[in-house]
Ligand binder design. Structure first.
Ligand SMILES: Cc1ncc(COP(=O)(O)O)c(C=O)c1O
Length: 349
């Protein structure tokens, strides 16, 4: 811990968060969450570059904090192109190139999907945006801490982070803004006392920021080993489910997927019934948000799943603390829940 006061503690946290994504500390703005970071990035660029253009490009599988933001921008007169993904959830970088117009000011593509784990080729998309002179924002709330994130290699201009997605406290996030883009610093969401270089006024959440810094430092130390360990456990669980439960099929890109994500659909079984039989396990139906609303997940719809297939999707999350014993417990629980629900459905209940 730093020996000085809050100012030094925040400075150290800023260094730690920056180090996780290979940025400079001066390029980090602390916010209250990744939702705020996404809003600040999109609305900030739209306002700052209003004279240059009015068109933004996003993918169909972005988090609601991006999709709802661009919908609002559209209502206010901006033009929005939502590009689709393939069955594995991948954005084709060439479809980004094809969607660019002389009026395009921003492309916003997430690094990895919170629902199906698919990791996008941000480096290729970054190259295309750079060539076209268009800014690239990337929502890395799910990926940073789980896989390497390097803002220089990815060629992103803005990147959103969330502390609680990396075992940090809730209520704190960050936005990376490339130092070479000073114009971006002109359009805050919150006006006031000018904290965070004038871009995010309001008294800093010092305890949250210190916790975020600590979580980022631990995540950076763990990056060499944890992703591989977690992916091995996930693969073992996936193998057990695929052999033990007939009709199980995995969503997402098998070649480029977050190590902790396992999204599986169980043919003919409503995920809600499985969820009830699986209490105690870290599972949710396709997306936590859509499980509450009962609506089909927009991500599962975007990869081409019919309503029934989407409604039979379970998302199982692993973590740094998951052990082989946990995988064994989870595999047995899923197998027996699938058997139980199938028997009930056959019995006409
Ligand atoms: C990809 C992605 N972006 C943004 C968010 C929003 O993060 P926060 O809860 O910090 O606002 C989430 C949270 O689930 C997410 O998964």
């Amino acid at each position: 811990m730093p020996t000085g006061g809050p100012r030094e503690a925040v400075a150290q946290a800023r260094e730690r968060v920056a180090a996780l994504i290979h940025a400079d500390a001066a390029e980090i703005i602390f916010t209250s969450c990744a939702t705020e970071s996404n809003n600040l990035a999109l609305k900030g660029v739209a306002e700052t570059f209003a004279m240059k253009g009015d068109h933004v490009i996003v993918s169909a599988i972005e988090h609601a904090s991006v999709l709802e933001t661009v919908r609002r921008m559209e209502r206010q007169g901006k033009r929005v192109t939502v590009i689709g993904v393939d069955r594995l959830g991948r954005v084709d970088p060439e479809s980004v190139r094809a969607a660019l117009t002389p009026r395009t000011i921003l492309v916003s593509i997430m690094h990895a999907s919170n629902e199906i784990g698919t990791i996008q080729d941000i480096e290729a998309i970054g190259g295309i945006c750079r060539e076209a002179g268009v800014l690239l924002h990337c929502d890395a709330a799910q990926s940073a801490s789980k896989i390497p994130v390097d803002v220089r290699v990815m060629q992103v201009d803005l990147l959103s982070l969330s502390a609680h997605k990396m075992y940090g406290p809730k209520g704190v996030g960050a936005l990376f803004i490339r130092a070479m883009k000073p114009g971006l610093r002109r359009a805050p969401l919150l006006d006031g006392g000018g904290q965070e270089d004038g871009l995010r006024s309001g008294t800093l959440n010092v305890p949250g920021i210190i916790g975020f810094g600590a979580a980022a430092a631990i995540a950076r130390d763990e990056l060499g080993d944890a992703p591989f360990r977690i992916a091995r456990l996930r693969d073992a669980l996936q193998g057990r489910i695929e052999t033990g439960c007939s009709g199980a099929a995995v969503n997402g890109d098998p070649a480029r997927r977050l190590p902790d994500n396992l999204s599986v659909r169980f043919e003919g079984i409503p995920a809600a019934s499985l969820l009830r039989a699986l209490r105690g396990l870290a599972v949710s139906s396709g997306s936590a948000c859509s499980s509450e609303s009962g609506e089909t997940s927009h991500v599962l719809a975007a990869i081409g799943l019919e309503k029934d297939a989407a409604a039979s999707t379970l998302r199982i999350s692993l973590g740094r603390m998951t052990s082989p014993g946990d995988v064994e417990t989870a595999a047995k629980a899923v197998e027996s829940a699938v058997r139980e629900v199938r028997a009930r459905l056959r019995g006409g209940e």
